[in-house]
Design a protein around this ligand. Structure first.
Ligand code: HAM
Length: 422
């Protein structure tokens, strides 16, 4: 029996992988200009880490984690997101002691969630995310959002929508939570079982329910924005005014609550409103998590970040019909005639590659015609033909496939000659 790939995962093959590399490079480049440094954390962590940070009442923890026992009976979980591990490392490696703060980090890597697969939703997906830990300046909120928007825009994406909200500080949230409970409690029997649980554990999450979203109590629910205390309100106003300064259009959605428990103050999502984009329109999400570092045993430092998946990024690019500028073709293909030429081509190929040129030769004993076909398929700009005559002169007949020009070039000078031409 032939094996099949697990549901919700993908093989990313040559031809497609170049697009991934392109996005990853864009992400790394923008992080360099914004001065976020890469962090690489393990793919698995102690389960406890995610229970504590992402939150026990969230869908991720309750339904979606890949959790297993290792051989010593310890509970291990494949990371469902990157913030928890980053903050764990920030605390464990005492990054807060570095003289330059905030600590600005980014990551690119696979995350795992046992979700129902559909377009744009996978069980293994690659997140690019950033975290800025240690600053309570609303300008850093605007910076994080700006980096995300600039990254999308740098690929040519246009149909982007930024939605923001404030989830307030603990005091504002407490007042809001009480208002939500009084609002939903009398009629909670009309809601799904999950919402009935959420009323006790985390009533804010009721607002995010897909099943009950059309219930009349939803639209009428008390908004967090009405319960923000003065400090939370002025923080949110400052974030909005910085976004305006940066010319980043946004809409405020008072029902944007996000699916992870660590958030407070600024929360945001970036959506694609491209026509033909699938049912899942959220490209990226993030927000502030001011209590998280302390709850993981670190100092009381604030943080903010966001993450996006490359899967959805590429889906948006496709929906907008954008062709990524991915270089095709190779610099040179070596065609040989006869055994001696074939032997000589081995070190010649090495020399070309050593000079940084992309070069290839035949390894299947193809006839001349077949070798030219390969050169064609590989979109070789130059074809270097070596036969007995050429070999005697230590040269090749070099054909420029773009112009059709042909001339003899010494094998010793071929690399330098090609480097000048390409
Ligand atoms: P999240 O909203 O759970 O937030 O995920 C962020 C992004 O990851 C989503 O907007 C989406 O692009 C992508 N994503 C999530 N699940 C899937 C999936 N099953 N398939 C494909 N893509 C997916 C977080 O993960 C937070 N850690 C973000 C953050 C960083 N907040 C602060 N710092």
């Amino acid at each position: 029996m032939a094996y099949q790939i697990p549901r919700g995962t993908q093989d990313i093959l040559p031809g497609e992988v170049e697009k991934w590399q392109f996005i990853e490079k864009k992400a790394r480049d923008i992080c360099r200009t914004y001065q976020y440094k890469e962090i690489r954390t393990p793919i698995f962590e102690h389960t406890e880490l995610f229970l504590r940070s992402v939150g026990e009442s969230t869908d991720i923890v309750q339904k979606e984690m890949y959790t297993f026992e290792d051989r010593k009976g310890r509970s291990i979980t494949l990371r469902p997101e990157g913030t928890a591990s980053t903050v764990r490392s920030f605390v464990e490696k005492k990054m807060f002691a570095a003289p330059e703060q905030p600590t600005k980090l980014y990551y690119i890597g696979p995350m795992f969630r046992y979700e129902r697969p559909q377009a744009g939703r996978y069980r293994q997906f690659v997140q690019f995310g950033i975290e800025a830990i240690g600053s309570n300046d609303p300008a850093i909120d605007a910076e994080v959002i700006s980096l995300a928007m600039e990254l999308y825009k740098s690929t040519g994406l246009k149909n982007l929508k930024l939605v923001i909200n404030s989830l307030g500080d603990p005091e504002s949230r407490k007042a809001h939570k009480e208002a939500l409970v009084s609002h939903f409690e009398p009629r909670i029997g009309e809601f799904c079982a999950d919402c009935q649980n959420r009323l006790k554990t985390n009533p804010l999450r009721i607002l995010d329910c897909k099943k009950d979203r059309d219930h009349e109590l939803m639209a009428a629910a008390p908004s967090i924005l009405e319960y923000l205390n003065e400090e939370s309100n002025s923080y949110f106003s400052k974030v909005k005014s910085y976004l305006t300064d940066l010319n980043i259009p946004f809409t405020v959605d008072k029902n944007l609550v996000r699916g992870l428990d660590y958030y407070n103050h600024t929360a945001f999502e970036i959506m694609s409103d491209a026509e033909g984009f699938g049912a899942i329109t959220t490209l990226a999400g993030g927000g502030r998590y001011n209590g998280l570092v302390e709850s993981m045993g670190g100092p009381a430092l604030p943080g903010i970040g966001f993450a996006l998946s490359i899967e959805r990024f590429l889906a948006a690019i496709e929906a907008e019909g954008i062709e990524l500028p991915i270089a095709e073709g190779i610099n040179c293909f070596i065609v040989t005639m006869g055994d001696q030429a074939k032997d000589r081509s081995v070190s010649l190929l090495r020399d070309l590659r050593k000079a940084g040129l992309t070069a290839e030769k035949d390894y299947e004993n193809k006839k001349m015609k077949g070798q030219f076909k390969s050169a064609d398929r590989l979109k070789a700009r130059f074809v270097a033909v070596i036969g007995d005559d050429e070999l005697e002169k230590n040269a090749c007949a070099l054909k420029d496939m773009e112009t059709g020009e042909q001339k003899d070039v010494s094998l010793n000078e071929l690399a330098d000659y090609l480097k000048e031409k390409v």
